[in-house]
Design a protein around this ligand. Structure first.
Ligand code: ASP
Length: 322
């Protein structure tokens, strides 16, 4: 009888906690530094999530080791719905790249779904003596062995895109890793690094302000956003088949109660339909995904397929981190 009462009380308090969720701010961990493209996506989503979720959404930047420090932190966080992870393709490339990961990508998280896909741009420092891709290739040929290419660490989008660019052109560049392309952009603007592949959620405003050199987009089709629509694709510039777009998803620590996950998922669904968010993302070249992709089980299957796709490529390239 006593046991039953305790059981009832525990049941009641868990039920009350679920009913009240969220009664404080929800933390969205971004695995890269502030001021970068993932940070921008997270902050824009946070604004549109506040109303449907019913409380403030705070973005926390935990950069370093290509996003794996933040991912490990969320895997270990209390599964109470107050800590979420917003991560990109790095979620799927890290298992092959990092031998000492302290989390299991497919086992330690509840998958909420994909939210957005973001094209990338090939950009250069303002003082680069090239204003279009043809001039850039001449400059690359003339400067072999001296070129610096910034990225956001092993397994980041900028890293993968930069590798693909180098291997397609067969030119080796010195890669310079940062905790995110936010700080990398500061150095690119200052001329400390020459080139970078970065997502349009960060580069569009710099391109619009004429602050950086922009040479091409990495998607197979041009990006319709007014600022970007005149940029050719790398494919049309002769790098046949070059195709990089960066998907982003949302995750919670394993064991987060289903009613809380449902509440977050419903709030994400509402946020995705917010005309202001749609406009903010479209203005930056990002593409909101369909309802079928903002789906936990479907996204988990997708990430598993991405892990299987990238694993052999990364192993064949002999890329590892400890
Ligand atoms: N998403 C990273 C950032 O926000 C950049 C990258 O992955 O290349 O800094």
């Amino acid at each position: 009888m006593k046991k039953l009462m305790v059981g009832c009380l525990v049941g009641l308090s868990v039920g009350a906690a679920l009913a009240e969720y969220p009664d404080k701010a929800v933390n969205v961990v971004v695995p890269f530094a502030a001021g970068g493209p993932t940070d921008k996506v997270a902050r824009d989503f946070a604004e549109s999530l506040r109303k449907p979720l019913g409380n403030t959404v705070v973005v926390e930047n935990v950069g370093g080791a290509g996003g794996t420090i933040a991912t490990a932190k969320v895997a270990r966080a209390a599964p109470d719905g107050y800590t979420l992870l917003l991560h990109h393709i790095g979620m799927a490339t890290s298992p092959a790249l990092y031998r000492n990961l302290t989390y299991k990508t497919l086992e330690d998280f509840e998958y909420l779904g994909m939210i957005v896909e973001v094209p990338m741009t090939l950009i250069g420092k303002p003082s680069l003596p090239a204003s279009n891709y043809a001039e850039l290739t001449k400059w690359l040929d003339a400067n072999k062995g001296k070129i610096n290419l910034a990225n956001a660490g092993l397994g980041s989008a900028s890293h993968l895109c930069g590798l693909l660019f180098q291997s397609t052109l067969k030119i080796d560049m010195t890669t310079v890793p940062y905790k995110g392309t936010g700080p990398a952009m500061t150095d690119l603007l200052g001329g400390q690094v020459d080139l970078m592949c970065d997502q349009t959620t960060s580069t569009t405003s710099q391109i619009a302000g004429g602050k950086i050199k922009a040479f091409a987009v990495t998607t197979p089709q041009r990006v319709a956003t007014p600022v970007l629509k005149n940029l050719p694709t790398l494919d049309e510039l002769g790098l046949k088949g070059f195709s990089v777009a960066i998907w982003h998803g949302v995750y919670a620590p394993k064991g987060t109660p289903k009613p809380i996950l449902d509440k977050i998922h419903n709030a994400l669904m509402v946020a995705m339909k917010d005309p202001e968010l749609i406009k903010r993302m479209e203005d930056l070249g990002a593409v909101m995904v369909t309802d079928t992709r903002l789906n936990g089980p479907a996204h988990k299957k997708f990430v598993e397929a991405e892990i299987n796709k990238w694993g052999p490529i990364i192993k064949a390239a002999g890329m590892y981190a400890d």
